[in-house]
Design a protein around this ligand. Sequence first.
Ligand SMILES: [Zn+2]
Length: 172
Amino acid sequence: MELKQVVFKELRFEHKAALLWADQAKERAYCPYSGFYVGACLIGLDGGLVSGANFESASYGLTVCAERCAVFNANIIGMRQFQGVAIIARGKSFDTKEVTGPCGACRQILYEVSQLSGRDLDIVLSTTQKDKIIVTSINELLPLGFGPLDPNVNLEEWKKSDLNINFEAWKK
Ligand SMILES: [Zn+2]
């Protein structure tokens, strides 16, 4: 599979902005075990940005990747629909020479988000020094994926998250 390589200055504005946010987010990674810092930044349908970084655990398996962290961060502030995501990583003492793609688990969650968004998701991947950048999409990275539309789940009511808090109940 030949993926499209581009240079930073030729990226669309939203892709540049998301990559810069992801680049900063990666410095927030909690990664004492892998020493691998990853940042991800989702781009909302209106261009709004929400980032995430990997958070590891001494039990290893409970580690949450930057991409899923960004999805969960976005959800809690009311965002569930996106046009794309940027991902960038670095080692503790080395820069990546190849782009870092989302792991299998994150591809699945990004596929979920893509169906919630009603569109394919752009995926912008960059090396630490931005000397190699690839723009691809979730449909390209997870062909024939399984998503909520396969079992005919009606996503309409889940596309937006309205706060439904009964403030009166808290006054008692
Ligand atoms: Zn992952």
